[in-house]
Design a protein around this ligand. Structure first.
Ligand SMILES: Cc1ncc(C[n+]2csc(CCOP(=O)(O)OP(=O)(O)O)c2C)c(N)n1
Length: 350
C-alpha cells in the first residue's frame, strides 16, 4: 500500500518539477504528463514481476519508476543530459532498458503492441513464464497497427496484458468521436479477448484487475485487456493549453483525483495517518530537490556524440558526412574523396 502511494506521489511530484524546469527553459522538447492517470500507470505495473517486460506510452511514466527506473534518469532524459538513458538524443520515455524489462515507445502509434507481441511470442515459444504489458490510448487503439496487434495477441494466445486507457481525449479529439461505442470494453471484446473495465483512478481496483490478468497470462491463459476509465487532466503536452476542454469537465474529474482518493483510503483504513502521508510527500520532495540540483549541474552531450550509439553495433554508426546535404545531394558528392575535401564542401558547419 505504501509503495503504491509513494510511486503515485513520486510520479506527480517529479512531473511538477519538470513543469517548472520546462517553464524555466531547462528542458529540451515537449513535456508529456501522467497527471490524473497515476493510479492506472502505477497500479497496473505493480502487478508485474522481475523478468516481465513493460512497454509504456509517453504518458504512463509512473509505470517506469515501479519497474525500477531511478527518478533522476527521467530528469536527465528531459533535460537532455549526457548521462540520460538516450545520451541526450531524445526525451520522454523513448528508451529501452533490457535490465529493467522496459521497451521504449515507438512514435507511430499502435506499432508498439506488435513489437511487444513478438517478445510475448518468444516467451511463449521458450516456455518461459514471463508476461508483457503495454498501454494504449483510445487514439492509438484506433490505428491499423493496433488492430493487427490485437488480432495477433488473441490468435496466438500470447502472454500479454493491454491497458486500454479511456482518458477521454486524444490530443484534441474527444474519444466519442474516435469510435462509435460508448463502452470501450466492446472494442476489445470484438477480438475475443477477456476484458475487464475498471475505475482507472482507483489504484487498488487497477492493481487487482492487473494482477488477475498477469497471473492468467503467466499460467498460459493468454492475453487480457483492462479498460481503465480515467482522464487526461492536462493538454496533450505542456504546449497544449487544452482550450477545447470544458472547464466543468475538468472540475468534475478533479474531484476524482487518484492520489487524494487513495490518501482517504489509507487514512480511513488506518494504514497510514495524515501525517504519515505528509512524511512520504516530504521525503519524495527532498529526494527530487537533490536530484534536480545534480542534473542541472551535469553536462549536455558533446556534439560529436550525435552520431554514436545510433545502432546497437558501434561499427554501424554512420560515417561522416552523416548530415543531409542540400541542395547538392549525396549523388553529386564524390564520397571517395578524402575527408578533408568533404569538410570543405560542408563549410565546416557540421
Ligand atoms: C499513427 C500516428 N498518428 C498520429 C500520431 C501523433 N500523435 C502522437 S500522440 C497522439 C494522441 C494519442 O492519443 P491517445 O492514443 O488517445 O493517447 P493519450 O494521449 O490520450 O494518452 C497523436 C495524434 C502518431 N504518433 N502516430
Amino acid at each position: 500500500m505504501l509503495a503504491l502511494y509513494r510511486h503515485m506521489v513520486l510520479t506527480r511530484a517529479l512531473e511538477d518539477r519538470l513543469e517548472s524546469l520546462f517553464k524555466q527553459g531547462h528542458l529540451v522538447g515537449g513535456l508529456y504528463r501522467c497527471l490524473g492517470q497515476e493510479a492506472t500507470a502505477v497500479g497496473s505495473s505493480y502487478a508485474l514481476e522481475d523478468g516481465d517486460w513493460l512497454a509504456p506510452s509517453i504518458r504512463d511514466v509512473g509505470a517506469l519508476y515501479v519497474r525500477g527506473l531511478p527518478p533522476i534518469a527521467m530528469l536527465r532524459q528531459y533535460a537532455a543530459r549526457e548521462a540520460s538513458p538516450c545520451g541526450g538524443k531524445d526525451n520522454t520515455t523513448h528508451f529501452t532498458i533490457p535490465e529493467l524489462g522496459l521497451l521504449g515507445p515507438i512514435s507511430p502509434l499502435g506499432t508498439q503492441l506488435c513489437v511487444l507481441n513478438g517478445m510475448a511470442l518468444t516467451f511463449k515459444q521458450r516456455g518461459e513464464p514471463r508476461v508483457c504489458m503495454t498501454y494504449q490510448g483510445e487514439g492509438a487503439s484506433r490505428t491499423g497497427a493496433s488492430h493487427e496487434g490485437f488480432v495477433m495477441a488473441a490468435a496466438l494466445d500470447l502472454p500479454i496484458v493491454i491497458l486500454l486507457e479511456h482518458n477521454r481525449w486524444s490530443f484534441g479529439t474527444r474519444s466519442d468521436r474516435a469510435a462509435a461505442v460508448e463502452d470501450w470494453s466492446h472494442t476489445a471484446e470484438a477480438y475475443g479477448l477477456p476484458v475487464r473495465s475498471v475505475d482507472g483512478n482507483d489504484v487498488l481496483e487497477v492493481y487487482e484487475a492487473a494482477r488477475e490478468a498477469v497471473d492468467r497470462a503467466r499460467t498460459g491463459g493468454g492475453p487480457g485487456v483492462i479498460v481503465a476509465e480515467t482522464y487526461r487532466m492536462l493538454g496533450h503536452a505542456q504546449h497544449d493549453p487544452q482550450k477545447y476542454v470544458a472547464p466543468e469537465e475538468l472540475e468534475e474529474w478533479r474531484t476524482r483525483d487518484p492520489i487524494r482518493r487513495f490518501e482517504r483510503v489509507l487514512v480511513d483504513e488506518g494504514w497510514l495517518s495524515e501525517s504519515g502521508c505528509e512524511e512520504i510527500r516530504t521525503s519524495v520532495d527532498a529526494e527530487l530537490a537533490e536530484a534536480v540540483d545534480q542534473v542541472l549541474a551535469e553536462p549536455h552531450p558533446e556534439p560529436q556524440t550525435a552520431r554514436t550509439r545510433v545502432f546497437a553495433d558501434p561499427e554501424e554508426d554512420p560515417e561522416v558526412p552523416w548530415t543531409r546535404v542540400s541542395p547538392i545531394g549525396y549523388a553529386d558528392l564524390n564520397l571517395t574523396e578524402s575527408r578533408g575535401s568533404q569538410a570543405g564542401l560542408h563549410g565546416g558547419g557540421r
